[in-house]
Design a binder for this molecule. Structure first.
Ligand code: BG6
Length: 489
């Protein structure tokens, strides 16, 4: 059984309360935390948006959202208690003459943290924070939660960070990358630093290379407007993949204190070799999905999903990255992410070096591999060399020691937002990004995007539904005599 320690009573104000994130993630996450007894009944959750809606209508809206986005049926009694926490205020927070009294009336003047969750476009993060400040609501222990992407490049990220920083001090700013809230991602820290087995081998002497894959089978759907201006680099690489890279590559922090962890991650981002125009052809692949078949269904190509049918935005990116420090010298990190691939899966592969002497023959090559499966089928596999049973000859196979989370822990898997929201209330910043982290990641990504444009890097096409995306992504590894890991290969 999972143990839940109740958090203190809080007020949560969700700007964009009727938006997609609120419906799909935030309201269901809050319901689950309440149902598990973690959220005190005196807490308040106020949805805010420009939409005209009564408290009652918001409760009905939240019920539908939770029904649609939670696996188990909603418990009617629990809902009846939970919905008492919910209310709604109509407010255009970017309008300087807006009347904040409706929102204020829904908050008390009792002593508890007010958490402002900005589930809105990053373009209005700063004006909303300024308005919160002007309304006198940013004082004391008030906190603000910012969703990724924080800006669209280094400059806009700096502007947002500076503007928000005028109202909230850094220790009251929670920048979300929801990958950090995933159980298996948190487990990376425990796996690396809670065991003595891996750390002595976690460097260039024992590791040949690392692969990080975040593959999605969905297309851009109704987010084409946003996605076309972002692409896979800004939408996924700048944040989720680089965060995973940081957790794999970082030095052991002195403790699990937020700043210790974040400082080590920033050092990794600092050590990332800039992606220059002269190497971008060899070190990256950018591609876009065409029509194809995913899960037995015919799907449109990316361009057909756009209004004007024209774009060179990438829906797939693969990168060979280098962390230029003593630990990782000459160890490539291969990163890839794409939409409309065959399956949805995310995993990290740590490929150890070949044994120095192949006593048991060529089969022994590249025998040890650690696979950290982030989703779905969360788990860890350590491939080791095993003798095939039989009286004659001596044949070896590489087989996994298998730790499946689902089989080991019979608990419901909390969504990343459940963990992250409770951490905001607890004031634990360890799983949130510090200002420099976001800016360092943008600096590297800006370099990559500028190099693409300077080198006129082509956008390849891949048919939707391919396991590995474009064939060029294979070549990225083949040029080094390597292959992407895929189970059963
Ligand atoms: C989001 C991206 O941050 O992450 C989406 O904006 C992407 O484009 C999503 O689909 C993937 O998250 P998950 O948790 O489904 O792997």
């Amino acid at each position: 059984m999972a143990k839940f320690i109740p958090v203190e009573t809080f007020d949560l104000i969700i700007f964009g309360g009727t938006g997609d994130l609120s419906q799909r993630k935030l309201l269901p996450a809050l319901y689950h935390r309440y149902a598990d007894g973690q959220i005190p009944a005196e807490s308040r959750i106020v949805g805010v948006s420009r939409t005209e809606m009564s408290d009652e209508e918001f409760r009905a809206f939240a019920f539908e959202a939770c029904e649609a986005h939670t696996k188990d049926p909603i418990d009617k009694d629990c809902w009846a208690a939970f919905e008492k926490l919910l209310s709604f205020a109509t407010l255009d927070a970017t309008d300087p003459s807006a009347d904040w009294s409706g929102l204020k009336a829904r908050l008390g003047d009792d002593d508890r943290p007010a958490i402002f969750y900005l589930a809105v476009t990053p373009k209005i993060y700063v004006p909303i924070c300024e308005a919160i400040g002007k309304a006198g609501l940013a004082d004391g222990d008030a906190r603000v939660v910012l969703e990724k992407p924080i800006g669209t490049d280094l400059e806009s990220a700096r502007t947002i960070n500076a503007g928000v920083g005028e109202v909230f001090s850094e220790d009251r700013i929670y920048r979300i990358d929801h990958y950090l809230g995933k159980e298996t991602v948190q487990n990376l820290l425990v796996l690396r630093f809670g065991n003595t087995l891996f750390e002595p081998l976690w460097n260039r002497t024992a590791i040949d290379h690392i692969q990080i894959t975040v593959s999605e089978n969905v297309g851009v759907g109704d987010r084409a407007g946003y996605y076309d201006s972002a692409g896979a680099v800004r939408d996924m690489l700048q944040n989720h993949l680089l965060q995973l890279l940081c957790l794999i590559a970082m030095e052991p922090p002195n403790s699990i204190n937020a700043d210790e962890i974040r400082t080590e991650k920033i050092k990794v981002l600092n050590a990332l070799r800039p992606m220059e125009a002269k190497c971008v052809g060899e070190d990256t692949v950018r591609a876009q999905y065409g029509p194809g078949t995913v899960g037995g269904e015919k799907v449109k190509g990316y361009l057909e999903e756009l209004e004007d049918g024209e774009s060179d935005t990438e829906t797939f990116v693969a990168v060979r990255a280098w962390v230029d420090n003593w630990r990782w010298a000459r160890v490539p990190f291969y990163l890839r992410t794409g939409k409309r691939m065959r399956t949805r899966h995310s995993e990290i592969v740590v490929q150890f070096r070949e044994a120095p002497h192949a006593m048991f023959g060529e089969d022994q090559a590249h025998s040890n591999r650690l696979i950290i499966r982030l989703q779905p089928d969360e788990g860890v596999q350590l491939y080791v060399q095993i003798k095939e049973p039989g009286p004659g000859g001596l044949r070896v196979q590489s087989l996994p020691l298998n730790l499946s989370y689902a089989e080991t822990f019979q608990v419901r898997y909390p969504d990343a937002y459940e963990r992250l929201l409770m951490d905001v209330v607890r004031g634990n910043l360890a799983l949130f990004m510090r200002r420099e982290e976001v800016e360092e990641a943008w600096e590297w990504v800006d370099g990559l995007l500028e190099s693409w444009s300077a080198a006129n890097t082509p956008v390849f096409t891949y048919s939707a539904g391919l396991e590995d995306g474009p064939v060029e992504a294979r070549m990225l590894l083949r040029q080094d005599g390597r292959d992407w890991w895929s189970n059963g290969k």
